[in-house]
Design a protein around this ligand. Sequence first.
Ligand SMILES: NC(=O)c1ccc[n+]([C@@H]2O[C@H](COP(=O)([O-])OP(=O)(O)OC[C@H]3O[C@@H](n4cnc5c(N)ncnc54)[C@H](O)[C@@H]3O)[C@@H](O)[C@H]2O)c1
Ligand SMILES: O=C(O)[C@H](O)CO
Length: 302
Amino acid sequence: MKEHSEVWIARPKKQQETFYRYLKEADALYGAGLKVDEELLSHAPNIKVISNVSVGYDNLDMEAITKRGIIATHTPTVLIDTMADTMFGLMLATARRMPELHRMVKEGQWKKPMTSEFFGTNVHHKKLGIIGMGRIGEEVARRASVGFHMDVTYHNRTRKPEAEAQTGASFAEDIDELLETSDFIMLMTPLTDATHHMIGAETFRKMKQSAIFLNGGRGAVVVEEELIDALHQGEIAGAGLDVFEKEPLHPESPLLSMDNVVTLPHIGTATHETRHAMYVDAAKQCIDGVLGKRPEHVIQGG
Ligand SMILES: NC(=O)c1ccc[n+]([C@@H]2O[C@H](COP(=O)([O-])OP(=O)(O)OC[C@H]3O[C@@H](n4cnc5c(N)ncnc54)[C@H](O)[C@@H]3O)[C@@H](O)[C@H]2O)c1
Ligand SMILES: O=C(O)[C@H](O)CO
């Protein structure tokens, strides 16, 4: 055990040489979004713990990490409510066309009472389909059924009777049933080999033409080009997106010129309180791991 600890900070891309020099000595790696693969690990012979400041861990090659006996941790609990709030905000903003109308007012285009071509669609009492009923999905379901009287259906790898009892959501074993009947379809799965490009042209074709699609999971779960096509062809009515296949989103993405698409810059957890809580939680995981205590939020994988 070292008698003192040191924290080294380096930007892996901009200061790669310094970063690798630190990595050679380091016991732990702490950060967000960094791709940790065989190549990076080959520069980190002493690492015992990798602390990811996020719940998603698609940036980590878990096979390479596990085979070296390294522990990887994440921050699954402190961000649940904030993320559920973001997804609810995104659903309301898209349905009620808030960014589009906000822009109109700011640009001095509000010159007469708003007529029906500017009306939105209700969220309350509508049908919400959640794909990926995990910690965040459940919290969205609770807000939707209790607060907005929505009829909530979910599709998940496994059925969750406890979540059904707590949130009033019902299980759709067959995803098509959810796609064909929901007014809002919210994607909240992680990005894994199984979910990569799980949502594409076929999926959008099954949705109602009036449906609004929302993605808060990861961009690459969706074939973005096919989402753009579905929007162009009017197969769905709109989309609210916090995540994209390539981030930051390219300034020339067709998504940016569509009024029926609300885009956020991956800010699902970005409040002062929640980001602080994530940093503190991740630091605790990191310290426990280095001290040989099993951290609370070890990534289980799968
Ligand atoms: N936009 C953001 O800022 C932001 C913030 C937090 C989390 N996220 C993303 O949201 C994801 C979910 O977070 P969580 O804490 O709810 O995770 P979670 O692990 O609690 O829930 C994920 C759910 O998806 C289900 N799932 C996995 N693969 C599936 C499949 N092929 N089909 C159907 N269901 C499947 C799992 O069974 C699980 O219930 C994260 O992995 C992350 O990628 C994004
Ligand atoms: O996975 C997460 O936690 C988010 O995407 C980053 O805040």
